[in-house]
Structures are given as C-alpha cells and as structure tokens.
Design a protein around this ligand. Structure first.
Ligand SMILES: *Cc1c(COP(=O)(O)O)cnc(C)c1O
Length: 379
C-alpha cells in the first residue's frame, strides 16, 4: 500500500470534536465530521452522560441477552420506536453491527439480496456472512433492480436494500420507487439511513418520513454515531422483526451492550431533536450556503442533495494533493479515492454542520477557490 501511494496516516484530533478544531497542531474548519448537528458536544448530552456515570457506573457488564439489559436500554428503544413511528426498535453497538447483524440474521444461503452498487460496506459484509446470492444494480437504477426482481422465482425470498443517503455522493436513494417494485415482486424492503438519521424527515426521523413511505419499509437501520452525536446503531420495524433479532442477530447476542453514558446521551439527543429544531434549520441553511458557494466557483459537486457535498476532481493523486493543500490553509476536507469511489471519480468530501459559522464556511470557500485555482481544478 505504501508503494502504491495508498497509505494514509491517521489525523489526530486535539480537543473536542467541534466544527472548528485542531488536528495535528493545525487549527482547521472541520468539513470531515458526521457530527451534523453538533450534538457530540451539546451540553444536554454531556450532562446526561455525566449523571448516568454517577448513578450507574461506566459499564453494563454483559451482553443484552444475559444480564446486560438496563432499564435505560429499553427506554431508548421505546423512544426510538415512537420517533420512527414503528412498532419496535432494537439498538446495536454501532450502525455497522446493526447492518451486518441484521442482514446476516434475516437471510440464508437460499435467499437473494438486490443491492445498489454504492450501498455501505456493512450491508455487503452482512450479505457475505449470510451466504445469500448478491445481485447488484447500478446506482439508483430502479429499472435495473426491477429487471433483477422480475427474473427471480416468485417463491424465492428476496430483500431489496438501499442507503437512504449515499455517503460518498450525498444523494438520496429512490425510496418510493424501490418500495413500489419491492411490493410488486414480494421483496423485503430495507433502507440504511445512517446519513439521514437526524438530517432528513420531521425532526430528523429519516428518509422514510421525508418520502412519506411509512409502512412500506420493512427494515429501517439508523445510526446513533453521526447526527445523534454519540455511538450505536438501531433497527426499526415490527415487533416480530425485533423479537427475531433478539434471538438471532449475532452482535446482539455475543457482544456487550452500551455503557450507561452512551445510552443516556442518546436519549438526551432525542430530547434535543424534539425541542431544539433550530439545529436542523441551521444545518440546512449552512448546506445551501456552502453548496451554492462551491458550485458558483465552478467545482463539480455531483448530484448531492444532502449536507454531504463531494468536490470531484478525477485522479486520486490530485484529490490527495488538494486535500493536503487545504489542510495547510486550515480547511479539513478528506480526499477519497479508489476503491471507495470509482478510479476516475476521486474527490474531496465536504460535510457541513449546524455549528459551522458563516465565517467558517466563507473562509473554507475562499481557500477552496485559491487551492482549486493553484492546482488547475477550476479556472
Ligand atoms: C457510517 C455508516 C454506517 C455505520 O454506522 P456506525 O454507527 O458508524 O457504525 C452504516 N451505513 C452507512 C451508510 C454509513 O454511512
């Protein structure tokens, strides 16, 4: 990897994960965090975590199915179920564990997964663990997905999976259309809403709400690690689904549950989402401002519809060079190359947060303009 120029050193954060912070002794506008609403440092979440530690300690002591289910774990799941307008929710240690654990539990080797080519790695790993056949359709191509479904035996169990928001493009999965073909061909419908949790829908409740697809998606996966600001993942669906996962999802059965501080902070995050809608308003206000700024400078920002805006430059070496030059100017926008994106689609990925000031974002735009011109990415 070092020989191929694919080796990257980890950037080290000094201090808290804020919108303007310090990495590797350099003060930067951070455009590389999923902390969309700034909840990772919100006073109400911090206070909830501190109180939980004082009252309940720092660990849960066991997996959920033995003695590691605390009252607050059940409370968080109840709150999430109400938030998502579903019967039931089960929380996992991470979004990765939720996806991989659920897909591998629900499917067996005789089943088929129909999956968007840009779906997240944790879905793909879950598919591989299940030994089900995987049929990939081109990004957002509903007709191609329909063609795959049409050619499968009616008796075969199938699951159609899309990301709600695609993490490298910032675009949305075509959820209503996919629900329609899933219904038409009797497929289980699943959406991974990691980047939509806390960002799309009423109070940030996700893409099912955003697209008014309530009752049409069998399995909704969300994360507590991004906009919610803490750590964890969850699966929302029927009581029967959740009961089944209690018995079959391996990360739930064989890995220890969240410590009290994590769960208490997640509950506080839901309180904040419901009582402080201004964070979501600011997130979208900043998103519009920054996206328009990048576009008017002449960058190729792809088809993004979310706070994730890619700046597509082509070759991986150029993306890395531009990212390093921006970092030296105090702007952190991570470069992303193959195999995460196609070889000629290397990019810098920018993510704005509610907690960026207009000055932060204007400064970042000024530096994108300067570095982009120096490197010939824009004129
Ligand atoms: C980040 C992400 C996950 C994993 O979530 P974690 O809580 O960080 O483990 C799953 N799916 C998608 C699409 C993601 O972007």
């Amino acid at each position: 990897m070092k020989e191929q120029g694919l080796y990257r050193k980890l950037r080290v954060l000094e201090g808290a994960a804020a919108a303007h912070c310090t990495f590797d002794h350099t003060s930067v506008v951070n455009l590389s965090s999923n902390n969309y609403l700034g909840l990772a440092t919100h006073p109400r979440l911090k206070q909830a975590a501190l109180e939980a530690v004082a009252k309940y300690g720092v660990g849960s002591g066991a997996v959920r199915t033995i003695s590691g289910t605390m009252e607050m774990h059940i409370e968080l799941e109840r709150r999430l179920a109400a938030f998502k307008h579903v019967e039931s929710v089960v929380v996992f240690q991470s979004g990765f564990a939720a996806n991989a654990g659920t897909v591998s539990a629900v499917l067996s080797k005789d089943d088929v997964v129909i999956s968007d080519e840009l779906n997240h790695a944790s879905i793909i790993d879950g598919c591989r663990l299940s030994r089900a056949a995987i049929k990939v359709f081109p990004h957002k191509d509903v007709d191609a997905a329909r063609q795959i479904l049409k050619n499968l035996p009616a008796s075969q169990r199938k699951i159609l999976i899309t990301d709600g928001v695609f993490s490298m493009e910032g675009d949305l999965g075509p959820l209503p259309e996919l629900c329609t073909i899933a219904e038409e061909y009797g497929a289980i419908m699943m959406v991974d809403d990691a980047h939509a949790s806390g960002v799309f829908g009423t109070n940030g409740s996700g893409t099912v709400d955003h697209f008014k697809c309530h009752g049409r998606v069998d399995i909704q996966v969300g994360t507590l690690s991004k906009a919610i600001g803490v750590l964890g993942g969850y699966v929302a669906g029927t009581g029967a689904l959740v009961d089944f996962l209690y018995h079959r999802a391996r990360p739930f059965l064989f890995s220890t549950s969240h410590p009290p501080a994590v769960t208490a902070a997640c509950i506080a995050a839901l309180d904040v989402l419901e009582s402080e809608p201004e964070w979501l308003d600011r997130l979208w206000d900043n998103t519009r401002f920054f996206k328009a700024g990048l576009k008017s400078l002449g960058f190729n920002t792809g088809l993004s519809e979310s706070p994730i805006t890619p700046v597509i430059v082509g070759q991986a070496a150029l993306a890395a060079k531009m990212s390093d030059a921006l970092f030296a100017q105090g702007v952190f926008a991570q470069s992303i190359g193959f195999p995460t994106v196609a070889r000629d689609q290397a990019r810098l990925r920018t993510i704005v947060a509610a907690t960026h000031t207009k000055e932060d974002l204007q400064y970042a735009l000024d530096m994108f303009a300067r570095v982009g011109r120096e490197l010939g990415v824009i004129n």
